[in-house]
Design a protein around this ligand. Structure first.
Ligand SMILES: [Zn+2]
Length: 96
């Protein structure tokens, strides 16, 4: 488990966070983010903010999809390697 690699100090900090309920809230928030493709970069799963993102829209009118990327690297990688897979799985959100 990842906890085996933590120092005594880190374990103590983690233990406090668990007692405070912080970790549970954090994990729940993170799961919501990962379940919502507009909140995380589809390539690296980093949180994307609306101020810094690169938003693309594609697809025919009425079936347009959106994806939000954290940077140019991830955007380029997406078009190169991942777009066919994502389009197939229909992971990206449809325009409302
Ligand atoms: Zn990214």
């Amino acid at each position: 488990m990842f906890v085996d690699s933590l120092s005594n100090e880190e374990l103590s900090e983690l233990s406090e966070k668990i007692e405070e309920g912080f970790l549970k809230n954090y994990l729940q928030k993170r799961m919501v983010e990962l379940a919502n493709p507009m909140l995380v970069c589809p390539v690296c799963e980093k949180r994307v903010s609306e101020e810094e993102d690169l938003l693309i829209q594609f697809g025919p009118k009425g079936f347009r999809k959106k994806a939000r990327f954290c940077g140019h690297d991830c955007l380029a990688y997406f078009f190169d390697k991942q777009m066919p897979r994502f389009a197939e799985k229909n992971i990206l959100e449809k325009e409302e």
